[in-house]
Design a binder for this molecule. Structure first.
Ligand SMILES: [Zn+2]
Length: 722
């Protein structure tokens, strides 16, 4: 069946005093949806204060509604316009419920309540506002009753926010319910300290992830029992919650119908971020994905952001293979906002969505976004592991190449065969079945790039004496080189080192906070691994100090003085191994030399891309295939005035001006003379459904060259194959 919930308006009241509740009616909200061209409305039927927006038997109705029932108002009005309604319930903060059942709240190891309040670290509020409820307490039964209540209104499904039940000790729940349940099920007490070498700790980590998954399963079963046609939506929020929500989503994919990639970080993230999060969520779940472009800038809810930020953000969700949500709050509405930009994009999507229902990403390079590797690396290393994946992703995106993530599950099940190459960028954890499929894939001519500690852990987070890569690439593990700064000395001319031979490539970076350390953890480290039959293109050169003196004494890198014979870049037939973390350093610093190494390596192991875009700006290419067609989205991200300023430390009281500016773009630079190259496909027609224009192309041997004389904000092209 075709996916129906393709253009979403999310409208939220989330104010303590119920700002706007007494003036904004269900009719008003539906009117916004109609004006915006949305076909689905999502909104809080029960808010984070624990108050219902409908006549509930289990929750107090927000008093500003008086006799009104907002859920009923919305459902009745929406049905007149053929708009679906999916209420949000089950919010894990619930002060009303907490006041009756304080023992249902999540508690830190020291017994303090775990909250969802955002406070400056040295300025906590006097009394907490939003306590988080525990999924192991009867709170879950309360959520099930909410499911029952809202489904009676004839809604199309329910929408759950992230549960915020974290597996990491510093954020984990140690309430009586959890302690009791854990010891009953496992026969020992919940460990109170992160220790990844301990099997008991790793077990408790998985157990806590499973508490989320089991809860989703229970809710899903309840939902289906009442209405088998209703859908369950879960907020994945891929960049938040240390990425643990990604693990929860990957493991609960069978119970959830739609995953919501909340993209609240987009204003501080690179262009292409929303599409990236959609592609990630699709890769780990295989389910339809919703993604947000908020109506506002950062957290400044009452102020609408720029037209271009809204349009490109919504389009990114679609180009990434998902479906956009436009989120607005009551304060944004009260401030009179302009819906023209949303309408324009939602009209485009309305006309194009038909193409995307059965479209599959065009496979070229699959970067393993390994939730397990990130989780098993511990609290300190977690974000840095993800940086390795994202560095490769953005190097390819900036190059105009098609790029996709693949998941641990995808490796475990061998579902990556169509990719020309896979990238194991610091993929610490590889499963027994994963490596079996990788071996088979490699023997059938699949390419591979691996870096640093790829394969040092099994799927359960247990450290191995020999890395999994030994089985496939014959790389023998010797030891770990712990150096805060290092270099790679490129000694050999090869397609991988093209144009960088003879250089010392700086392999490190200073810490941006510069409060507790000079360099981020493990940034300059290397794995000393050898394969006597492979070609070594570069060696590790070490430094003899913790920091250098040039320019900024204490922050800059020390010079390369100790040449070693430790291989830094090793290449074999269709594989490249980096002893350090090129993806991570590129993500942090944009090093052009490392970018070159990444792109050269990809060309070497995967061959040239099947589709590529060349432009004088930053053009995001998203390529898909469906029966007899290739589909191409081009998003022009050439934003001349998107300003993001950041300092070189977290605390600097000596600057003349602050370093905190974040501006949304107000325009794009249109691009002339953009070209798309398509390889190994025969094409009979190139056209743009939105304008009904056809495009000129030239076929030279196996390469088709398509001219795009002018690229404005966005273009969607269909290539009919012969
Ligand atoms: Zn608990």
């Amino acid at each position: 069946m075709k996916f129906r919930f393709t253009r979403v308006l999310q409208f939220n009241f989330e104010d303590e005093e119920g700002y706007g509740v007494d003036t904004i009616t269900g009719k008003d909200i539906v009117k916004i949806a109609v004006e915006a061209g949305a076909n689905t409305i999502a909104f809080f039927a029960r808010d984070a204060w624990g108050r219902a927006f409908y006549n509930s038997k289990i929750a107090r109705k927000i008093s500003k509604l008086g006799e009104r029932d907002l859920l009923k108002e919305i459902v009745e009005e929406a049905s007149k316009h053929g708009i679906y309604v999916i209420p949000m319930i089950g919010h894990t903060t619930n002060p009303e419920l907490f006041s009756k059942h304080p023992d249902w709240a999540q508690r830190h190891l020291n017994g303090e309540i775990i909250t969802m309040d955002t406070d400056p670290s040295s300025l906590p509020r006097e009394n907490f506002t939003w306590p988080l409820m525990c999924l192991n307490s009867p709170f879950l039964d309360h959520v099930l009753k909410e499911v029952e209540e809202v489904l009676r209104y004839g809604v199309s499904g329910i929408f759950l926010d992230s549960f915020r039940y974290m597996p990491d000790v510093d954020r984990a729940c140690f309430c009586e319910w959890c302690r009791k349940k854990f010891s009953e099920e496992n026969g020992f007490e919940l460990p109170g300290e992160e220790d990844l070498r301990s099997e008991a700790y790793r077990k408790s980590f998985m157990w806590r992830l499973n508490v989320n998954i089991r809860s989703l399963k229970v809710i899903s079963e309840k939902l289906r029992k009442i209405n088998s046609g209703a859908i369950l939506v879960y907020n994945n929020h891929p960049l938040a919650w240390r990425g643990r929500a990604n693990s929860i989503s990957e493991l609960s994919r069978d119970f959830v119908d739609v995953f919501f990639a909340e993209c609240s970080e987009t204003d501080y993230q690179p262009p292409g971020f929303i599409a990236e999060m959609v592609k990630l969520t699709r890769a780990i779940t295989g389910k339809p994905v919703w993604a947000t472009r908020n109506s506002f800038h950062m957290a400044l809810t009452p102020r609408q952001t720029t037209d271009i930020a809204i349009r490109q953000g919504l389009r990114e969700a679609f180009a990434g293979g998902g479906w956009p949500i436009y989120l607005m709050f009551a304060s944004t509405f009260m401030n009179k906002q302009d819906l023209m930009h949303v309408k324009r994009v939602y009209e485009e999507i309305g006309r194009l969505e038909e193409y995307m229902f059965d479209a599959e990403p065009l496979p070229y390079v699959g970067i393993v976004f390994s939730n397990r590797s990130r989780d098993w690396s511990g609290e300190k290393m977690s974000p840095h592991i993800t940086d390795s994946f994202r560095g490769f992703y953005y190097a390819l995106l900036l190059e105009g190449f098609p790029v996709n993530y693949i998941s641990d599950t995808c490796l475990d099940e061998g579902k990556f065969r169509e990719y020309k190459s896979i990238i194991l960028a610091n993929t610490w954890s590889i499963s027994t079945s994963g490596i079996k499929y990788i071996k088979k894939y490699y023997s059938k001519n699949g390419g591979m790039i691996a870096t640093y500690k790829a394969g040092i852990l099994d799927e359960h987070g247990k450290e191995l004496e020999e890395t999994r890569l030994e089985e496939v690439l014959g790389l023998k593990y010797r030891s770990l080189i712990r150096s805060n700064w290092s270099y790679i000395r490129v000694v050999k001319n090869h397609p991988v080192t093209d144009s960088i031979e003879g250089k010392f490539i700086l392999w490190g970076d200073f810490d941006r906070e510069f409060v507790t350390r000079r360099t981020p953890p493990e940034i300059g480290w290397h794995v000393y691994a050898i394969n006597d039959h492979a070609d070594v293109l570069g060696y590790v050169t070490l430094t003899n100090r913790d920091f250098g003196n040039e320019y900024e004494n204490g922050r800059s890198p020390p010079p390369p003085v100790i040449n070693t014979s430790i291989p830094g870049i090793t290449v074999g037939d269709k594989w490249v191994y980096f002893s350090g973390q090129p993806g991570r350093i590129f993500w942090r610093t944009g090093s052009p030399q490392i970018r070159k190494l990444i792109i050269n390596s990809i060309r070497y192991v995967a061959g040239p891309p099947p589709v590529k875009v060349k432009s004088y700006g930053f053009t995001e290419l998203e390529a898909y295939r469906r029966n007899g067609q290739i589909l191409i989205h081009l998003l022009n991200h050439t934003y001349p005035d998107r300003i993001i300023v950041r300092g070189n430390t977290a605390i600097n009281t000596m600057w003349t001006s602050t370093s905190e500016s974040v501006h949304p773009p107000t325009k794009i630079t249109p691009l002339t003379d953009t070209k798309i190259y398509v390889r190994d496909f025969e094409i009979s027609k190139v056209y743009e459904p939105l304008s009904n224009r056809t495009y000129e192309y030239r076929q030279r041997r196996n390469i088709v060259e398509i001219d795009i004389p002018r690229l404005d904000e966005y273009m969607f092209l269909v290539l009919d194959l012969r």
